[in-house]
Design a protein around this ligand. Structure first.
Ligand SMILES: NC(=O)c1ccc[n+]([C@@H]2O[C@H](COP(=O)([O-])OP(=O)(O)OC[C@H]3O[C@@H](n4cnc5c(N)ncnc54)[C@H](OP(=O)(O)O)[C@@H]3O)[C@@H](O)[C@H]2O)c1
Length: 310
């Protein structure tokens, strides 16, 4: 339950960081990584019931909507940094756009109001165009569907940030952990079947959840203003191999690969585009900040994660 302390606006540590979306898949891990690094994370949450989880992760919860300027200013008072990973689950509908994009604007303006110097925007590596080579941080972009929202969110933060507020961007690859898309993949392979694009040889870049969270901390502390950072591990993997790892663990056959037409029919054109995209990515810029993945290869990390799931 929420204590009166959570409702009031407690005095904030001067070194604090506000995490918007603190109860989310990425947000909770970022709160934990900030706490581990000696920061003083403040977790903006929508529901009082989520306070305990944020506290357990080492954060100081405060309830508010990311689009509510007064609530955000209250939560951010005394913070030097803000991280935006608030987002609505589901597709790129109007409400999801508002939470990401209006939220970015509110956070950028609130940063100026409270004297926070940095805003780190969580985006995603799906903003990049599919490539036959290796993706780098400044590779060509081709956002579609949900990734259009992520790119618009980045731009909104840059536009709204007043002088003195530095905006930085983290574009994680497929973040795997106990939640998010990984549960969906496991459930699909166990049940109806996963929409595997034919021939399954396109490569994705993944990153283990706590490694992604530490990437946010590294960018917040040492990133170069206005830069975007790809947050991926060291070992891109073919989607067929990834699905095969999960299927083997579950004792299920590899799902039949779908032709481009059948894939589009099954999941719609935007999701089909992302599933079939080739995005092997480099983490060189992030590594130059002194970050390194503790789980460099999903061929190790994914079976280990599967072993921990019920
Ligand atoms: N998961 C991945 O693999 C991945 C990879 C790359 C990039 N990303 C990007 O990272 C962002 C976060 O992803 P995620 O997987 O952590 O999402 P998530 O688990 O759905 O978390 C989003 C959080 O935002 C909160 N939220 C929603 N509306 C809000 C509002 N109006 N005010 C304040 N908080 C609000 C949600 O609150 P409730 O807890 O109350 O629902 C939730 O805790 C997304 O933009 C996503 O595109 C994710």
């Amino acid at each position: 339950m929420l204590s009166p302390r959570d409702r009031a606006a407690p005095p904030r540590s001067a070194a604090g960081t506000l995490v918007a979306g603190a109860h989310g898949f990425l947000g909770l891990a970022i709160v934990a990584a900030l706490a581990e690094a000696g920061g003083a994370p403040i977790g903006l949450i929508r529901h009082p019931d989520h306070a305990e989880a944020v506290r357990r992760a080492g954060g100081d919860p405060i309830v508010g909507d990311v689009r509510d300027r007064a609530a955000v200013v209250r939560a951010a008072r005394g913070c030097r940094g803000i991280v935006h990973v608030a987002s609505a689950a589901g597709g790129p509908d109007a409400e999801a756009r508002r939470i990401r994009i209006d939220g970015a604007r509110t956070l950028a303006r609130a940063a100026g109001e409270v004297g926070a110097s940095r805003l780190v925007v969580g985006s995603g590596y799906w903003v990049y165009a599919s490539t036959t080579t290796i993706l780098h941080d400044d590779s060509p972009l081709e956002p579609r569907g949900e990734s259009r929202v992520n790119l618009d969110t980045e731009e909104a933060a840059f536009e709204a940030a007043p002088p003195g507020v530095e905006v930085l961007v983290v574009r994680p690859g497929m973040v795997y952990g106990d939640g998010s898309w990984f549960h969906g993949m496991v459930d699909a392979i166990r049940g109806e079947g996963y929409p595997l694009p034919y021939p399954g040889t396109n490569r994705w870049s993944l990153i283990e959840r706590s490694d992604a969270a530490r990437a946010f901390v590294a960018v917040l502390e040492r990133g170069r203003p206005r830069d975007a950072y790809l947050a991926v591990d060291d070992a891109p993997i073919e989607v067929g191999e990834l699905v095969g790892l999960v299927a083997r663990h579950l004792g299920r056959p590899l799902p039949a690969a779908l032709s481009p037409e059948r894939l589009r029919d099954a999941v719609g054109p935007d999701v089909a585009y992302h599933l079939a995209a080739n995005r092997p990515a480099s983490n060189a810029r992030l590594r130059a900040l002194g970050w390194a993945p503790t789980t460099p290869d999903p061929r190790v990390g994914v079976p280990r994660l599967l072993g921990t799931l019920a």
